[in-house]
Ligand binder design. Sequence first.
Ligand code: GRF
Length: 203
Amino acid sequence: LRVVVLISGRGSNLQSLLDAAAGGGLPVDIRAVISNRPGVQGLERARAAGVEAVTLDHRAYAGREDFDAALIAAIDRHEPGLVVLAGFMRILTPAFCAHYAGRLLNIHPSLLPKFRGVHTHERALAEGETEHGASIHFVTAELDGGPVFLQARVPVLPGDDAGTLAARVLEQEHRLYPLAIRWFAEGRVRQDGDRVRFDGALL
Ligand code: GRF
């Protein structure tokens, strides 16, 4: 399965995918990593793994549609069977989401549908949540609204701040994403409209 990974920064989720692919546990060929921001650590991680590292600076484009069209062109050069958003901090246009419907995944640091959007750890703490976590979902035009098919839960502990909670969630993210992508590569999980099918069963 050919995969292109989109990032915007640190790339720790990317690293877990690179490691899993190199270790043989994840049957994918990561063809390229594309960042909308130049000079970020994730690009270095890609280069260190011998993966093509591309910067497509969104500031160089007039509007969202122009950027997304350029992004589609850069992605489709690799003819991926799956596009993975990993710390990608751009809202994608409906046209982009439609183009990759059924083969576009994202990881979000909350137990969706709770806490869509940003600053999820701060918001979970502010709400007094006793547990939090991460969700993997197919991406649709609705921000963080696509069908979820894998989640990890972590406890919120006394004395947690956003940093300690985020670290606990991130640890699970790094376990979750390689598993989710392996299932997709094995044909076990598929998007079916606004639902997900796992081994044929509708979730
Ligand atoms: C993580 O919290 C992830 O859930 C979110 O972006 C953050 C940064 O991830 N998608 P990474 O280290 O850049 O993979």
